[in-house]
Structures are given as structure tokens and as C-alpha cells.
Design a protein around this ligand. Structure first.
Ligand SMILES: [Zn+2]
Length: 403
């Protein structure tokens, strides 16, 4: 006997922040889920009947987080590196090699369990759409293995073979390998490719080579750029039509105008037209490396669509708490609460190219909904550091939290 309800009504919501184009807020609200999708939203007093009714107890609702930048495929512990950094040691890209060694020594079974555990932590924190990257393998066999494992756990996988040149290998030889056999082997498991365009990692010519080869292979593109200093990463991302450039800590006026230019054919009021390159800000990483926070305020004011993501990784940002990123963006990057939530939901969806499916609460979109144990979404920044995540729904099914 099939007793699965066809429709579910979440009612007694104090407010619903939709993250739609005009940041709509519905008060005393209800949301009707039909199958996987949102079928209706509006005043609780006018809610239609449903097979199942969930009383939200006057809590606020918002879209599930879309975390568009993580590195979850790793083993080992780098807490001592963090301690050393807090004691004044400068961050350099080379720490990646420590993780590569530990991860290579870990079995498929153990590595899969580690990735699953981290994905479960993210889900419990309200993340309902999750990207992760390879990049701790740095050999054909290991990058392929990491991509395969990641593809069984998360929603989207990004190939980041160009994360660091392995010790003892010539940079150009390694770049050729990334663009050749490694790309060919990894491509079936991934949707996007990425390159760490930074001093100590890949220079402009090598980054161009990686982006061109991965575009040729049919992958979407993104760039780790302008994290540790000024550089060509952001403008390369725009030139190659990348969906995002991530980190963006050290931008000059020409970088910001290049990003703004990529959004010229996008109508923000209707969210139609041609999407440009999203600037993905990673505030938890900026804090953990004591870098200046990315200029999110300036980017928004220039007309650039931004995303907030956790950059969960063992070296520079070992947290998947999107709530923490939102609080930091409000308190320290001068975003409004509405702008910060939108960047952590719709902005992430834009960066992943899935904005028509997830990232905002709208009729017809997937029912990815988180309830907060708070009467308004402002509490995310008003009560920083508190775990306010209540029940989480993904594709219409409650996947975390007590009812
Ligand atoms: Zn990263």
C-alpha cells in the first residue's frame, strides 16, 4: 500500500524569505509542496488543503543553501598548520601537498565515508545543493578516483587537477598532463573545471591552457583567482566566460569593471538574459587565513552577481556553515541580510548554472526549504554563531531536523 502523501503543507511560518528577484517576504505564511516542487506559497489563512500538514510553530523559512565551492574529498588533519598560521606564519598554496599525501593513502571505502560525513554535516546545516572539487589527487589515477567518489555523494563535481604542481614535477609538464590524459579520464565524472591561478600555483599562460582544454572537453569553467594578491585570474575568468571566479580578495577597478561587463546582458529585475561571471566570496576562508575580506559590497554596487560559499577544506576553511558565512557577510562585508542570504542561495545556484531549479522559493522550483529556529531570517546575523537550522527539506522530503 502506498501511503506517501502527494501534497505537504508547511504552515504557521512567521515569515518566508524567498530570495526571488525582489527579495519577497511573505508573513504568516504557508508553502505547499507537491511531489518534489513548490506548488503554492502565500498567506497561511488562504492555504489550500493538503494530504499532510506540518505546523512550523511560527518559525521562519528560506531556501536551502546552495554551497557552490567546497573541497570535501580529503583525509588527514591540518590543525597544526592552522595553529602555526594563527601564530603568524604566512599562508602559502603549498599546504595542499600535505593533504594530497594523506588522501592518496586512504582507501575508497574510507574516503567515501569521509566525504559522506561532510556532506551530511552540510545538509544538517541547511545546505540542500552541494558542489565539491577534486584537487588533492594531483595524479591521473588519484584525480580520477576522487572525481568518481565525489560524484556518488554530491550534486556537482568540479575538476581541479590544476590545484598545485606536485613536488618534483615540472610545472609545464604537469599542466600538459592535466590538459591531456587527466582531463580525459576525469571528464565523465564532472560538470566543471577549475584552475588555481595564483602565485605558487598556476601562472596566466598555464591557466589559459587549462581553461581552453577543459572548455574544449565540454566542461563549464570556474577560476580560483585573486586570493593571495593581484593577478590575472578574474579577467581570465570573464574572458573565458567562466560561470564564477572564486575568492576575489584582491580586485582592482579593472577587475570589477570586467566582472560588471559580463552582466551587461542580464536583467536583474527579471533574472532573464545572459548570465555573466559570478564573483564568489568565501568569508570563512578569508577569516581563517587573515586575508582582507572580498569586496562584496563594491561588487554588488557595481552590478555584479555574487555568491557566498563555504570553501570547506582542510587547509584554509574547515567549516561548511553557510549561516556563519552569511553572518560574516552582514557583519563585516556590509551586505544586508537579504543580500547575504540571496548570495548564499540564488547566487550559488547562478554560479553552478542551476538557478532555474534551485536557489529561491518560487512556484515550480524544487522544494529545497530550511526552517530556522527563529521568528525571522534576520536572526542569522543577529545571533551569530548560533545553530539556528531546524527541519530541512530537499526536493520536497524532510531530510534533517525534528519535525
Ligand atoms: Zn577553493
Amino acid at each position: 500500500m502506498n501511503t506517501t502523501p502527494k501534497t505537504t503543507l508547511i504552515t504557521s511560518l512567521s515569515e518566508v524569505f524567498t530570495a526571488d528577484a525582489v527579495h519577497s517576504v511573505v508573513r504568516d505564511a504557508a508553502i505547499l509542496i507537491e511531489g518534489e516542487n513548490i506548488a503554492w506559497m502565500g498567506s497561511a489563512a488562504q492555504a489550500p488543503a493538503a494530504d499532510e500538514v506540518i505546523d512550523a510553530g511560527y518559525r521562519a523559512a528560506l531556501p536551502g543553501w546552495v554551497d557552490s565551492h567546497t573541497h570535501l574529498v580529503f583525509a588527514g588533519d591540518r590543525s597544526q598548520e592552522f595553529v602555526a598560521r594563527m601564530a603568524g606564519q604566512e599562508y602559502a598554496a603549498g599546504g595542499i601537498a600535505v593533504t594530497t599525501k594523506a588522501t592518496t593513502a586512504t582507501s575508497d571505502y574510507d574516503l567515501t565515508r569521509l566525504v559522506m560525513g561532510r556532506a551530511a554535516e552540510a545538509l544538517a546545516g541547511g545546505t540542500t545543493y552541494l558542489e565539491t572539487k577534486t584537487g588533492y589527487g594531483l595524479s591521473v589515477e588519484e584525480e580520477t578516483r576522487h572525481a568518481r567518489i565525489a560524484s556518488t555523494v554530491v550534486d556537482q563535481v568540479t575538476f581541479l587537477g590544476a590545484h598545485l604542481v606536485p613536488a618534483g614535477m615540472n610545472a609545464q609538464d604537469y599542466t600538459d598532463l592535466v590538459c591531456g590524459e587527466m582531463l580525459e579520464r576525469v571528464a565523465p565524472y564532472v560538470q566543471f573545471a577549475d584552475v588555481f591561478c595564483e602565485r605558487g600555483a598556476f601562472n596566466e599562460a598555464q591557466s589559459r591552457q587549462v581553461l581552453a582544454a577543459c572548455a574544449e572537453a565540454g566542461l563549464g569553467l570556474r577560476v580560483h583567482g585573486n586570493q593571495l594578491g593581484p593577478g590575472p585570474g578574474t579577467q581570465l575568468a570573464v574572458e573565458f566566460g567562466a560561470k564564477s571566479v572564486d575568492h576575489v580578495n584582491y580586485l582592482d577597478d579593472s577587475d570589477i569593471s570586467a566582472l560588471a561587463g559580463s552582466w551587461e546582458n542580464w536583467d536583474a529585475a527579471t533574472r532573464t538574459g545572459t548570465a555573466g561571471t559570478v564573483a564568489t566570496c568565501l568569508p570563512a576562508c578569508d577569516l581563517s587565513t587573515r586575508q582582507p575580506l572580498a569586496p562584496g559590497r563594491e561588487l554588488i554596487d557595481a552590478g555584479v552577481q555574487i555568491a557566498l560559499a563555504s570553501n570547506c577544506n582542510p587547509g584554509t576553511s574547515y567549516t561548511s556553515s553557510m549561516g556563519f558565512c552569511v553572518a560574516t557577510a552582514v557583519l563585516q562585508m556590509r551586505l544586508s541580510i537579504e543580500e547575504a542570504i540571496t548570495a548564499a542561495t540564488y547566487g550559488g545556484a547562478l554560479a553552478l548554472g542551476v538557478q532555474n531549479k534551485v536557489g529561491s522559493l518560487e512556484v515550480g522550483k524544487r522544494a529545497d526549504i530550511q526552517l530556522l529556529n527563529a521568528p525571522s531570517v534576520a536572526h542569522l546575523a543577529y545571533r551569530p554563531g548560533m545553530n539556528l537550522t531546524g527541519p530541512v527539506f530537499r526536493a520536497g522530503i524532510q531530510v534533517s531536523g525534528k519535525p
